[in-house]
Design a protein around this ligand. Structure first.
Ligand SMILES: O=C(O)C(=O)/C=C/C=C/O
Length: 484
């Protein structure tokens, strides 16, 4: 049985924690065992990262770091099929998604931040002084130090390098705690880091669980200088509390209950194409996905019918088969959570327009499969409409006018992403400016310019990732004032 180890100070080592099972979500079969890191292993990883800050890594110029980051991107692409297989075995997601999104973006993130760090500016101010000679102020960017990276299971490689790439570009070192559901690609990246010539201790990986385990050991370690986390809001709160001790900054991209708003002048084909992805892609396991949909009354029936039809077009099956377009959920535990909401919807009297249950897939009976589902008819205070489900499901509610749509969309403790569908672009701009969300798409979804600020409002998080915004988190500005 394959064993997945921790990666500390450039070497693969067994942790002192338990060996836990890693399952292929499409069948439920155990395909590898993972060596969990104990507290002393996390301490060893943080010590290696801290020591590396004073080693060869610190003496590299920005240009030399850029060269290494590009080599890491090349290293991932050179082993594309290995990363693809590892990601699919951990997540069960179809190759049609992982080969077009997860692995390419997992590599691209290193080039994106190599470009960004090459052109980042700071600031300088000349000031007058009483003696008339004046003084010059200039700011310099310094790496924060050791960054704790706690990343999620839905886009494992993509969301981990979305943090590691800018952290390294800015001269930091990292200790990564992947989700216990998806340990493989972060571990494989250790081999690529060594081959690319990244000095030992710059990139470290420790496996295990959250509270009372590896995640907690890492986020409460006194030598971790900052923590970045993507995942559920409750875990984000715990990490933020841990970071408070020692006054460490956090970057939190958390949960959401993202609304979509469809006005009656929307282009139906464009809208259904976009919502067909935002509601169901990656089996609904995308933090930016749409789980609440508000449709203007005049076209409600048409949108409901077409979206339900789109839900029925998804093809289950072997995740390695390019014709498969929907995989299982990440685990049996997560499937129980999602199906509990499917039951709540039924019990609440929802009208089920598509799905609502579990598909039977020959040869994959042991997998964590659910049907893509469309509901209507529930009240806005239903848990199905309030809570983040993180499954391939959405609830549709009609509205009459713009004010009502905005009120419905904003009525949530979350504020991560929204999509607005209308051919009246002054309305698109106007409504976008009134939605309490970090990201709003108009007549599109998941179009990603990686220079833009990415992150959530309210309980969806703190801080922004992307472009210069990542550099703001992974560096500390210091001002120098020189008397002339
Ligand atoms: O596209 C990105 O950079 C990104 O962060 C995606 C996040 C999806 C979360 O589920």
């Amino acid at each position: 049985m394959k064993r997945i180890q921790n990666f500390i100070n450039g070497r693969f080592v067994d942790g002192t924690g338990e060996l836990f099972e890693n399952r292929f979500p499409a069948t439920g079969e155990v395909h590898s065992l993972v060596s969990a890191a104990g507290e002393q292993d996390v301490d060893a990883a943080v010590s290696a990262a801290k020591k590396a800050l004073k080693g060869p890594w610190a003496r590299l110029s920005v240009q030399e770091r850029i060269t290494l980051l590009r080599r890491v991107a090349d290293g991932i692409n050179a082993r594309f099929d290995e990363f693809l297989r590892a990601e699919i075995m951990d997540t069960g997601k179809p190759a049609s998604i992982a080969s077009h999104i997860d692995i390419p973006r997992g590599a691209a993130n290193f080039n994106v931040f190599a470009d960004q760090i090459a052109s980042v500016a700071t600031e300088a101010f000349e000031m007058a002084t009483p003696d008339g000679a004046g003084a010059l102020n200039y700011a310099i960017r310094m790496p924060r130090g050791v960054i704790g990276v706690v990343c999620p299971w839905n886009l494992p490689l993509l969301l981990m390098t979305w943090k590691v790439a800018p952290a390294l570009a800015c001269g930091n070192t990292v200790v990564v705690k992947p989700s216990e559901e998806t340990p493989a690609t972060a571990t494989l990246l250790g081999e690529v880091m060594n081959d690319a010539g990244i000095p030992e201790g710059v990139y470290n990986v420790v496996h295990g669980f959250g509270g009372g385990s590896t995640g907690e050991f890492l986020s409460s370690h006194p030598d971790v200088d900052a923590i970045t986390f993507t995942g559920e809001t409750t875990t984000g709160e715990a990490i933020m509390a841990a970071a408070a001790r020692g006054v460490r900054p956090v970057s939190l991209e958390l949960g959401g209950k993202n609304p979509g708003i469809v006005f009656d002048d929307a282009d139906i084909d464009i809208t259904i194409e976009g919502l067909g992805r935002s509601c169901f892609a990656n089996t609904g396991q995308v933090c930016l996905g749409t789980e609440r949909l508000y449709v203007q009354r005049g076209i409600f029936d048409q949108v409901a019918e077409k979206l339900a039809a789109r839900a029925r077009t998804y093809a289950f099956g072997d995740p390695f088969d390019q014709s498969t377009t929907m995989g299982p959920l990440i685990s049996e535990e997560h499937r129980r959570k999602v199906l509990a909401y499917y039951e709540k919807a039924k019990a609440g009297g929802a009208e089920i327009l598509a799905g609502g249950g579990v598909p039977s897939i020959q040869g994959y009976e042991g997998g964590s499969w659910v049907e893509p589902t469309v509901w209507t008819g529930l009240p806005e205070d239903s848990p199905v409409v309030r809570d983040e489900i993180f499954g391939p499901c959405t609830h549709i509610t009609p509205f009459d006018d713009e004010e009502e749509a905005i009120q419905l969309a904003n009525n949530s403790p979350y504020g991560l992403a929204t999509s607005i569908w209308t051919t009246n672009l002054s309305r698109g701009h106007r409504v976008a400016g009134r939605i309490d969300a970090g990201i709003t798409w108009v007549n599109c979804w998941f179009l990603r310019d990686l220079r833009t600020p990415f992150g959530g409002s309210k309980r969806s998080g703190i801080g922004r990732e992307g472009g210069v915004h990542s550099l703001e988190f992974y560096t500390e500005l210091r001002n120098v004032c020189v008397k002339l």
